[in-house]
Design a binder for this molecule. Structure first.
Ligand SMILES: *Cc1c(COP(=O)(O)O)cnc(C)c1O
Length: 390
């Protein structure tokens, strides 16, 4: 059922976009630059759609909120999952029908709920009673789904603990929602970002199915299952191909949940990561002493300017240089900022060509997700931290 990439397929896949490579090769960049190919985004949308079948795709805008990305997806019939007023405004400004936008953040400002309601958005997420009270007050009668906590995640970038609630709380919240005059339509979860294989979903789906059926038994008329994101991108370790992956997830969903009226999926990374490449540059290669076993390679991009997901060395990006094929050695990689936390890989050093030197171009592959959005001054559509000087 699942397809694993061979090394040859994997490398073919990582350079699948000739447009991207042609553009990068024919341009000079005086600063680290993410180049995104919207044709590849479209291709990935079709691949995921082919596997997800009847599920609605709500692209998680935070993965990459470039207007051209949203426009491309909108043109293909994609729907959106927004986490803030800023993301909602972005989608609406490009002509998205408010009925196709879900407000999926479980932590919302009351005035933003009111804004969304006034704009015609009718579907909201919650995982706590206080949030339901806010929604009932500012979006009376809205449809809500309750997000469940994922106890065990096999993801490379897990989202556990911060979001969701347990079974008993969820069943209670469905009652509370009804009591507040809301329309509790379903449940949601997120397996964790970069869940590399479809079989890693099984334990989460098993746990969710028990809760789903308990809610039905308790008399809740659930019609919406939101399976969230988690669809992976190729970062060097084998992943299932997108259509096979999505189809395998949907087969597991159907087996456990049967004929749910409405299924939503919210791919972020899996939609856009492979459509982007960052063009970066080596700033400095050095050793701390003559006996230092590792070189230090400092790039012009780091933890705080786009590579936030190197935190904990969780996501290990693929680096490409013009010297690939030459003899390699281990190096610690770091960013350019004056912050000692701006080290990308140290516990597990990267292997890079020994001849690498300052001024060399470095391509960082499959970086279309969670790079520009993390480094923007308005990540996730939230305005930047205000500063007051006196
Ligand atoms: C971030 C997010 C997603 C996207 O997750 P990926 O792992 O990038 O696919 C989906 N749903 C919600 C609610 C999110 O917060």
């Amino acid at each position: 059922m699942t397809v694993q990439f061979s090394d040859a397929q994997a490398s073919a896949r990582s350079v699948i976009s000739n447009r991207l490579d042609a553009y990068v090769a024919s341009h000079e960049f005086d600063a680290p630059t993410l180049v995104v190919d919207t044709q590849m985004v479209a291709q990935q949308y079709h691949a995921l759609k082919a596997g997800l079948g009847r599920a609605d795709i709500h692209y998680a805008v935070k993965a990459n909120p470039e207007r051209a990305v949203i426009e491309t997806l909108l043109g293909l019939g994609c729907k959106f999952d927004a986490a803030s007023r800023g993301e909602i405004e972005l989608c609406l400004s490009l002509g998205t029908d408010p009925a196709d936008i879900s407000y999926g953040n479980t932590i919302k400002r009351a005035s933003d709920i009111a804004f969304a309601h006034a704009a015609g958005i009718t579907l909201f997420a919650a995982d706590a009673e206080e949030e339901l009270v806010k929604i009932a007050e500012h979006a009376p009668g809205a449809q809500v789904y309750i997000r469940l906590i994922v106890e065990v995640s096999h993801a490379d970038w897990p989202l556990t603990r911060k979001f969701g609630c347990d079974r008993d709380t969820a069943l209670h919240l469905l009652d509370v929602a009804k009591g507040l005059g809301l329309d509790p339509v379903g449940l949601s979860f997120h397996v964790g970002s970069q869940t590399r294989r479809a079989d890693m979903w099984t334990s989460t789906l098993d746990a969710l199915a028990v809760i789903w059926h308990d809610a039905l038994k308790a008399g809740h008329d659930l019609s919406l299952l939101n399976i969230g994101g988690g669809f992976p991108a190729f970062h060097g370790e084998a992943i299932d191909a997108p259509t096979a992956y999505a189809a395998a997830v949907m087969a597991q969903v159907t087996e456990r949940f049967g004929d749910v009226a409405r299924i939503m999926a919210e791919p972020g990374r899996g939609m856009v990561a492979e459509a982007g490449v960052i063009v970066a540059e080596v700033m400095l290669v050095s050793r701390k002493s003559e006996r230092d076993m590792h070189r230090w390679v400092y790039l012009d991009i780091g933890r705080f300017s786009g590579l936030a997901e190197t935190e904990g060395e969780a996501i290990r990006y693929l680096f490409e240089t013009a010297r690939d094929g030459e003899e390699c050695g281990p190096c610690v990689m770091a960013g350019p900022s004056c912050d000692s936390a701006d080290v990308l890989y140290e516990k597990r050093p990267m292997q890079l060509p020994l001849s690498l030197k300052a001024g060399d171009r470095v391509l960082i592959r499959n970086t279309g997700a969670y790079t520009s959005s993390y480094s923007s001054i308005g990540f996730n559509g939230f305005p930047p931290l205000a500063v007051v000087t006196i």
